[in-house]
Write a protein that binds this ligand. Sequence first.
Ligand code: GLU
Length: 323
Amino acid sequence: MRERTDVCGRFAPSPSGRMHLGNVFCAVLAWLSARSRGGRFLLRIEDLDVRRCKPEHARLLEEDLAWLGLDWDEGGRRGGPDGPYFQSECSELYAQALQMLKEHARVYPCFCSRADLHAASAPHLSDGAVLYGGRCARLSPAEADALRRRRAPALRIAVPEESVSFTDGHLGHFSQNLARECGDFILRRSDGIYAYQLAVAVDDARMGVTQVVRGQDLLSSTPRQIFLQRLLGLPTPEYYHLPLLVNAEGVRLSKREKSLDMGALRARFTPAELTGWLAFLAGQQPAPEPVPLRSLAACFSWEKVPRRDITVPARLLNEARAE
Ligand code: GLU
C-alpha cells in the first residue's frame, strides 16, 4: 500500500474557461516540484460552481495538459483510489466536514446580501475582499428563524482573535490574524454551494496531497485552510506560492487575454517551445530555448524561481498575438 507521507503534488484548476498562460505556468511548476522529488501527481477539477464551470472546459483542460506532456497518476477522467476528483461530486464529503466543524466551532447563518457586505463602511482587505462585520453573528435564534423564512442563509464560521502562521516553501514566513485580516468566512453559500476554503481543505487531506503549489493570489487564503485543517484534525501540507505573471504595465495577465489561452498558444508554439518559455519565466533556464517538459524535472530548483511578479516579455505576448 502507498505511504501517505510520500510526496504528492496536485494541480487543482477551476474549469471556468480555457486554460491560459498563468494556469499552465502553475500546472507546470506544481508538476516539476512533485516529479523532481519522485512524487505522485494528481489532477483535481474544482468545479464547485456548476454554473460557471463546464464539463467541456474540464475535458479541454486535460487535453491541453496532455499536449504539453504533463501527466498525472490520478484524477480527472482517469479517476483513482481517492476519488471523486471532481468537486461537483463531493457534496456529501463537504457536508460531513461541515457537521464536524459545527461540533468544534461556531457556525452561524448569514443573511447579508452582497450590498450589505459591500456597504461603504465595510473595511476592505488587502486582496480587495471585505472584512465581515459580524452582523449576523449577533442575531438571536428567534431573529435568525424569522429571517430564514424569507431567504436561505449562507453559513459562516466564527474565527478567533488568533494568528495562523506557516512557512511557505518559496516565500518563507507568513502570518495572518484571522479576526482582523480575514473575519468570519463562508463555508457554504446561500445557494447551497460549498466554499472553496472548505472543499480544498477536505480534498487536499483525503487525497494525501503533501505539497500545494499555486499562485500568490491564494496566499492569503492559506491561513483559513490551515485553521479548518486544525479543527478537522487534518494534516497541513507544504505550501509554495508562485509569483504572478504580469504585463509590462504590471497588470496581472487575465483569462480575458484571449491571445494567451491554450487555443492560441497551441496554434503558435510546439509543446517544447511553450515549456521552454515557461521554464525561462520560472528562472530554470537563461533563455526561452525549446525543452520538453520531462527533461526539466531532473534539474528543477525552487531557489531559481523568482519571488516577485514575473513580467512576461513583449516577445511572448506579441508572438502569441501575431495571429
Ligand atoms: N481552483 C483554484 C483556481 O483555479 C485553485 C485552488 C488551489 O490551487 O488551491 O484558482
